[in-house]
Structures are given as C-alpha cells and as structure tokens.
Design a protein around this ligand. Structure first.
Ligand code: PGA
Length: 248
C-alpha cells in the first residue's frame, strides 16, 4: 500500500445532485487506473447517493464529530457517515481549523472515533504564509501532527495530508524542495509518534495541485499522493492528476 499513490478529491461546499455525473465519470477513470487509490469527498448531502451509484469507488466525508451521538446540532457521527457509505473522513482541514476553530485535541478525538468503527482518516496539517515567512513552518506542522495524532495509529487506516494554507485555492505551489523538506520532517516526526509503520503512512501533498503540476509534486520523495480541491470537481481536471499518479 505504501507504494500506491493515493489521490483524494475534496469537493468542499461544491456539488448538487447534478454533479453526480462528474462523480460517476471520475469513478470510471479510477476503475481504469487500478494501480492508484482514488477517492472523492463530496458534501455530506451527496455521500449516500454517490456511494450507492458507485459501489466500487471510495467515498469519504470532509469531517466527522468525535462523539457517538448527542446534542450537537448540525454535526454527524462516524456511525452516520459509515451508514451513508463513506469509508473514511478528511479531518482537521485548515478551513475547518480556521472557520470552525477546530483544535488539535478535537481532531485527534475525531480520528479515534472514525477508527473505532473501522473507517480511515486523513489528518490535515499545514502552515500559514506568516508562519513560513517566520521560518516556523516545520515547527508548526510537526506541532499540529503531534497534537492531532491519534492513538493506535496505523498505515492501514491513517493518512496525513500536508497542505500549506497559502497554497490552497491560490494557484501558488511550494518549490519541490520545500515539499521534500516538509514531507521528510513529517516522516521523521511520525517515527517518533509510532512504534512501527511510520514508513508506510502515506503523506499527501495538497494545495493547488492540478494536471500540469501533479507529476512533479507526486515525484517528490515521501509524497504519497495528493489532496485536491478545485481540480477534483470534474473528470476533465481530475483525470490528468490520476494519470500522473500512475507514472510517478
Ligand atoms: P485546492 O484545495 O486544490 O483547491 O488548492 C486543496 C484542499 O484544500 O484540500
């Protein structure tokens, strides 16, 4: 598994029923590229239908609450996303860390909650531009990783996504050497956080990945795949990234 690239689309707050045709087209491309692991995280409203329509395709969610149930208006539990057909969840995306004030401790609890039901987790980490300019990028990212790192972590269910906040949705992408430095730092940190398996945890890069830059980013050492926002919304844009993952 460690050698298979993992390409995950994060649709964010995009996608109505009419976009399920894009999902089907992406699932078809994924099926034709069986050496790559591909998944899409649509908005929650599409998860059940998308998974029913594409039973062999991996569907995830963009968040999940850490409690099993209770008085949490607007929230969704791990059992709920599982019942809807999701097999994993993105957790701690920088937009949620900023907009919903999610803390590392909550993200850790969320990862443990999804794992308790046999679901996977992609935990996102990433520095702001000010933090990078201050020379603190590695420190910030490794701090987030340690703080949000779940108990019983194992590469069979846990993935990390490094997403520099300043690269998300901006069209700006870090230099390959900066990606390499950060992914190496994350790998070293993982070794201190896990008894075994740190080498096999996939570390995705995310932030303005597209069909034109994917091959270069995916070829960087310790880059195990991509977490893709804008370029995952259509098969036309997402397909070339999946193809780039085959050869990288
Ligand atoms: P982007 O988003 O590809 O649109 O930059 C990536 C993400 O936020 O996961």
């Amino acid at each position: 598994m460690a050698n298979r690239k993992y390409i995950v689309g994060n649709w964010k707050m995009n996608g109505l029923q009419s976009e399920l045709s894009d999902m089907a087209a992406i699932a078809q491309i994924a099926a034709a590229h069986s050496s790559v692991d591909v998944a899409i995280c649509p908005p929650l409203t599409l998860v059940a239908t998308a998974s029913a329509q594409n039973p062999d395709f991996s569907i995830g969610t963009q968040d999940c609450h850490f409690n099993e149930k209770g008085a949490h208006t607007g929230c969704i539990s791990a059992a709920m996303i599982q019942q809807a057909g999701a097999s994993f969840s993105i957790l701690g995306h920088s937009e949620r860390r900023a907009d919903q004030h999610e803390t590392d401790a909550e993200i850790k609890a969320k990862a443990e909650a999804v794992h308790a039901l046999g679901l996977g987790a992609i935990i996102c980490v990433g520095e702001t531009e000010a933090e990078r300019d201050a020379g603190k990028a590695v420190e910030v990212v490794c701090g987030q990783l340690a703080g949000s790192f779940p108990d019983h972590a194992d590469p069979s269910w846990l993935t990390i996504a490094y997403e520099p906040v300043w690269a998300i949705g901006t069209g700006r992408v870090p230099q390959a050497r900066d990606v390499e430095e950060m992914h190496a730092a994350i790998r070293e940190k993982l070794k201190t956080l896990m008894n075994s398996g740190a080498d096999a945890v996939r570390i995705l890069y995310g932030g303005s990945m597209n069909g034109a830059n994917a091959a270069e980013l995916l070829a960087v050492a310790n880059v195990g795949g991509g977490l893709v926002g804008g370029a995952s919304l259509t098969a036309e844009k997402f397909g070339p990234i999946i193809e780039a993952a085959v050869t990288s």
